[in-house]
Design a protein around this ligand. Sequence first.
Ligand code: URA
Length: 245
Amino acid sequence: MPRNSPLSFPCPASPTCTPRISVSPAATGSLGAMELHVLNHPLVEHKLTVLRDKNTPSSTFRELVSELVMLEAYEATRDLSVVSVPIETPVAPMTGKKLAEPRPIIVPVLRAGLGMLDGMTRLIPTAEVGFLGMKRDEEHPTQQITYANRLPEDLSGRQCFLIDPMLATGGTLVAATHYLAERGAKDVTAINIIAAPEGIKYVEEHIDPSIDFKVVVCAVDERLNEKCYIVPGLGDAGDRLYGVI
Ligand code: URA
């Protein structure tokens, strides 16, 4: 399939689930070299359980998202490039390590990804922040429109962190990753809180295998429902973050 041709994307969960996106895969049919990390930690499980609870108010929800992202970021940033720097402690000279240039870039996918930004920038305050807004094209429901983009033109050599709470169908993640790749990104890590197995499979099958691509999640849930919500999930992450009933 040519790189920019829209890919019809039937929801794996149900034919009545409207596909939210299509993607422009650079390669199809081959499995990408995707690495999946699922955090397995009692603190993560505890925080995730409170996050999922429908009675948890938005203020607590936002706090928990920040805390979970920081825990995920610890794993997700394990391969950040560093350089050796000479310093002097009050006791002796030594060679330490600092993050290398160019700075890593964090890209929240609007709107819900914004809720993860605070946790990421607390952990990597020197990172650059870009923004990416993607939504379904109402006239061509199988296609994706990028309605907002605040990114450097050249992402070659940059370590990119895409943040979005829910990896549901996987279409947004593939489209967003390929959008970064079109600007030269070759190293992309997605940080999601909850993933659906269908979405993971879709990403694995459609991500450009030439991208060094990793996904870090707190949990992989059971499935998608007929509306493409993750089950049991946590509902609409954007609504819960911003208090929309
Ligand atoms: N987006 C959400 O906010 N929740 C889901 O369950 C799936 C996609």
